[in-house]
Ligand binder design. Structure first.
Ligand code: ATP
Ligand code: MG
Length: 638
C-alpha cells in the first residue's frame, strides 16, 4: 500500500470562462458530429469510431473500447503511483490509499475470479455491498470482462433484491458478511440468502461471493457460496480485457423508484463513459491533485458516474467513506473533508438539510479550506439550503453547482460550470455544451423565451441510455412517445429571462388550483426558510370547484409544533400567493422517502385522498412504516 500523500490541491483557477463556454456551446450546436468526434478523444479506443451518431445505431457505433482500460490501464504509465481511491473506514484510524497500479491489480484479480466462476461477456453480475473498495473493484472487473454489473443499494430489503435479481437474470452475486453502521452490523449476506430463497425458480444466481468486511461469522451454503479473499489471493494480477463495441451494455441499474416501479436502465460502454468523463471534468473543474468526494452510494447512478467512471476515467483521486454523516458525531463528514483535504464535495439536498439542522458550530470546528467546488443532485435544492452550503461550508469561496440529471441521462445535463456559468442560488442554470433542453406547454408546443413548462431534451447526447432492460417498448413509451421528436424528462422547469433553468419538480406533481399551476418545489422552498420547519412536501388532490386543492405534510424541527400550521399558511400566502395556501396541513414526524432520500409524493397523494391500500411497490422506501403513521394522522385529521 502506498501512503504517499496526494499532491497539494490545485489553485482556484477554473479551466473554462464564459467565452469558452459559449464557444463550446456554439460548436456543439453548429456541428454536433464534429464536436463529439473531437471530444471522443478523451477516451482510449481499441478501434476509433468513424460513425459518430446515427438515430438507429446510436453513438460511436463502430468504435471498440473497454471501460476498465480507460479507468485503469491507460493511467499506469503517467500516474501508476498516484492514489486512485482513498477508502476511509468508519473507524477513524483505518484508511487505505490504493494507487492506480494497485487498483489495476485488484481489478484484474477480481476479473479472473469472476471468469473462473464462469462469468462471460454479456452476463449480469449483482453487486450488493457496503461502501468498501470491493464495490468499485467489482464494477471495473465486470467492465473488463464485458459482463454487466447490476449494483444493488446496500439498504435494500430481501424482496427488493429478489425483484432485481429476477428481472436482471444475474448469474453471480457479490455480497459481504456484514456492513458496519456505527456499532450496528447490517447482515448483508443473510439478506442476500433471504432474497435467493424467496423465489428460487425465478433466479439464475449460481454463485455468491462473500467479502469479509469484519470477522463476524457468516452462514455459507456449500456448492453456492465462496469466500472471496482466498480466491483473490490465488488469482493473477493480469487479465486480458474484452474488446467491447461502443453500444454493448456496460451496466444495468434500477432507478430510485420515486414515481413508481423502478426501471432497469441500460447504459452503453462508449457514449456513457465519455459522458461521465466529460461532465466530471467540466462541472467539477477537475484538476490534477483534486480529492473528489461524491457521497452517493455506488448503488445509484450518481455513484456510478461520479464515484467510479467519471473521476477514474479522468485519472482523478476519489474518496470512498464507509460510515455515516452522523457517527460518532454530527461533524463526521466535515472531519473526513479535513482529514483527507477534500477539494470537491458532491452530495444531495436531503443530506444538506439534515446537516444544517445540527447547527453552524459543528462545521465551524473543522478546516474546510481545501474545498473548491461543492455540488448537489437528486432534488430541487431550497434557497436556504443553497445559501447555507455556500456560506457555512463553502465559506463563499467555492463554486456551487446544482446539477440536474437522471439515471437515464447517464450524467449531468444542466449545471453551472465553475468560472464559466455564473450561479444563481437554487438554479441548475444552463445546459452543458451539447445539451439542448426545451420547454413545452401542455399541448406539446415549444415555449420561447422566459416561461414555465415541461422539460424535454432535443437531439441525443452520448450519455443517453440505450434502453430499459428487456422492455424496449416501455423505454419508447416512457421517454420518446409522449412528445414525439423530443426526449421527455418527466420534470417541469421554469426558464428565466437569462435562459437559466429552475427545476420545479416532477410534471406529475404540478398542482393546478383554479388554473394556477404551482410546482411542489415552490411551496416547499418557501417553507424551508422557517427555522421551525425541518422539511415539507406539497401535493395536490382533486377538488370539485378548484380542480385541485393543496395538502402539505410538514415535519417540525422541534417537538412543540404549536401554531406552526397557521404560520406555514401565512408564509405560503406571502411568498407564493394566496391561491397556493393549502386546504390542510398535516404535521407529521417524517415523510415517505426512497432509499436514495427523495420524497415519494405519489404515496402522500394517495394517503391524502383517503386511499388505504393499493400503494404499489413499497420496496424502494427507506422506511415503509412511515406509510402507516401518515394514514393514522390523516385519519385523525391532524
Ligand atoms: P424513478 O424514475 O424510478 O421515479 P427517480 O426519477 O427519483 O426515480 P433518479 O434517476 O435517481 O430516479 O432521479 C432523477 C430525478 O431526480 C430527476 O428526474 C429529477 O426529478 C430529480 N433531480 C435530480 N437532480 C435534480 C436537481 N438538481 N434539481 C431538481 N431535481 C433534480
Ligand atoms: Mg425518474
Amino acid at each position: 500500500m502506498s501512503d504517499a500523500p496526494p499532491a497539494a490541491p490545485a489553485a482556484l483557477r477554473p479551466r473554462l470562462d464564459a467565452t469558452a463556454y459559449q464557444a463550446l456551446t456554439d460548436a456543439a450546436r453548429r456541428d454536433p458530429k464534429r464536436y463529439w468526434r473531437k471530444e471522443m478523444g478523451r477516451l482510449d479506443w481499441i478501434q476509433t469510431p468513424n460513425e459518430i451518431f446515427d438515430d438507429s445505431k446510436g453513438w460511436f457505433a463502430d468504435g471498440k473500447l473497454n471501460a476498465s482500460i480507460n479507468c485503469l490501464d491507460r493511467h499506469l504509465k503517467q500516474r501508476g503511483e498516484q492514489t486512485a481511491v482513498i477508502w476511509q473506514a468508519e473507524d477513524r484510524d483505518t484508511n487505505l490509499h490504493l494507487t492506480y497500479r494497485e487498483l489495476h491489480a485488484r481489478v484484474c484479480r477480481m476479473a479472473n475470479v469472476l471468469r473462473h466462476q464462469g462469468v462471460k461477456r454479456g452476463d449480469r453480475v449483482a453487486i450488493h455491498l457496503p461502501s468498501v473498495v470491493e464495490g468499485i473493484v467489482g464494477m471495473l472487473a465486470c467492465a473488463r470482462l464485458g459482463a454487466m454489473h447490476v449494483v444493488l443499494f446496500g439498504g435494500f430489503s430481501a424482496e427488493a433484491i429478489a425483484d432485481r435479481l429476477a428481472d436482471s437474470g444475474a448469474v453471480l452475486a457479490i455480497t459481504a458478511n456484514v456492513g458496519r453502521r456505527g456499532a450496528k452490523r447490517i447482515p448483508f449476506k443473510v439478506t442476500m440468502d433471504a432474497a435467493l430463497a424467496l423465489r428460487p425458480d425465478a433466479l439464475a444466481v449460481r454463485t455468491v461471493l462473500v467479502v469479509e468486511v469484519t470477522d463476524d461469522p457468516v452462514p455459507m451454503q456449500a456448492g453456492r457460496d465462496l469466500l472471496l479473499a482466498p480466491l483473490l489471493a490465488d488469482a493473477s494480477t493480469e487479465c486480458a480485457p474484452e474488446s467491447m463495441n461502443a453500444n454493448d451494455p456496460l451496466f444495468l441499474l434500477y432507478t430510485s423508484g420515486s414515481t413508481g416501479k423502478p426501471k432497469g436502465i441500460v447504459h452503453g460502454t462508449g457514449g456513457y463513459l465519455l459522458w461521465a468523463a466529460y461532465t466530471q471534468e467540466m462541472v467539477f473543474d477537475h484538476q490534477n491533485g483534486d480529492i473528489f468526494w461524491c457521497t452517493a452510494d455506488i448503488g445509484w447512478i450518481t455513484g456510478h458516474s461520479y464515484v467510479v467512471y467519471g473521476p477514474l476515467a479522468n485519472g482523478g483521486t476519489v474518496l470512498l467513506f464507509e460510515g455515516m454523516p452522523s457517527h460518532p458525531g454530527p461533524g463526521r463528514w466535515w472531519e473526513v473533508i479535513q482529514q483527507h483535504k477534500v477539494t470537491t464535495f458532491y452530495t444531495s439536498p436531503t443530506a444538506i438539510r439534515a446537516l444544517m439542522r445540527e447547527g453552524d458550530d459543528v462545521p465551524a470546528r473543522y478546516d474546510l479550506s481545501t474545498l473548491r467546488v461543492l455540488g448537489t443532485v437528486g432534488e430541487p435544492i431550497s434557497h436556504d439550503a443553497w445559501a447555507w452550503f455556500d456560506d457555512v461550508i463553502g465559506q463563499k469561496r467555492c463554486a456551487l453547482v446544482d446539477t440536474w440529471w437522471q439515471t437515464e441521462t447517464g450524467g449531468i445535463m444542466i449545471s453551472p460550470i465553475p468560472g464559466a456559468v455564473k450561479e444563481k442560488p437554487a438554479s441548475a442554470t444552463l445546459p452543458l455544451p451539447g445539451v439542448r433542453p426545451l420547454l413545452l406547454d401542455e399541448k406539446g408546443y415549444p415555449i420561447e423565451g422566459a416561461g414555465e413548462g415541461i422539460l424535454c431534451l432535443d437531439g441525443s447526447w452520448p450519455g443517453h441510455a440505450l434502453t430499459i432492460w428487456q422492455d424496449d417498448a416501455l423505454f419508447k413509451t416512457t421517454y420518446l412517445a409522449p412528445y414525439p421528436g423530443h426526449y421527455f424528462t418527466g420534470d417541469g422547469a421554469r426558464r428565466d429571462e437569462d435562459g437559466y433553468y429552475w427545476i420545479t419538480g416532477r410534471v406529475d406533481d404540478v398542482i393546478n388550483v383554479s388554473g394556477h399551476r404551482i410546482g411542489s418545489a415552490e411551496i416547499e422552498d418557501a417553507l424551508a426558510a422557517d427555522h421551525a420547519i425541518a422539511e415539507s412536501a406539497a401535493i395536490g388532490i382533486p377538488h370539485d370547484l378548484k380542480g385541485q386543492s393543496i395538502v402539505v405534510y410538514l415535519v417540525p424541527r422541534h417537538e412543540n409544533a404549536d401554531g406552526l400550521a397557521e404560520r406555514a399558511m401565512k408564509i405560503i400566502a406571502a411568498k407564493v400567493g394566496r391561491y397556493a395556501v393549502p386546504e390542510i396541513i398535516h404535521i407529521v414526524p417524517d415523510l415517505p422517502k426512497t432509499r436514495s432520500g427523495k420524497n415519494v409524493r405519489r404515496l402522500m397523494r394517495k394517503i391524502a385522498c383517503g386511499e388505504r391500500e393499493g400503494f404499489g411497490d413499497l420496496s424502494t422506501l427507506a422506511d415503509p412504516g412511515v406509510v402507516k403513521v401518515l394514514i393514522e394522522i390523516v385519519n385523525r385529521g391532524d
